[in-house]
Ligand binder design. Structure first.
Ligand SMILES: [Cu+2]
Length: 112
């Protein structure tokens, strides 16, 4: 029983030590819904390394693609979702390749 507690404690300490000396914030995951041919929210606050999950609630496929092609979800089918982990040099503006009137924007935090 004590050994198990010590093992659990060492895991906690191990995880904590990972954060020591790290200069970047912990990557987070944000969700963007695609519905009625629009991204919601259309303006997303993120940082490099964060993951954006795009959920397509429309009955047609969509993509979320950086205008500079630095990242894309590829085609997301009706009812499906796709994850993008932002590269270090991620383009901030994005759109749907299938419906270019659909636009969104990332407000990308500068590296800490
Ligand atoms: Cu679309």
């Amino acid at each position: 029983m004590i050994a198990r507690r010590l093992a659990a404690l060492s895991v906690v300490i191990g995880l904590a030590s990972l954060g020591v000396g790290s200069t970047s914030a912990r990557p987070k995951t944000v969700e963007v819904t695609i519905e009625h041919f629009a991204f919601t929210p259309a303006n997303v606050a993120v940082a490099a390394g964060d993951t954006i999950v795009f959920v397509n609630n429309d009955i047609v496929p969509h993509t979320a693609t950086a205008t500079d092609n630095s990242w894309t979800t590829g085609e997301i089918a009706h009812g499906a979702s796709a994850r993008v982990t932002l590269p270090q040099k991620a383009g901030a503006d994005f759109f749907c390749e299938l419906h270019p009137v659909m636009k969104g924007h990332l407000t990308i935090a500068p590296p800490e």
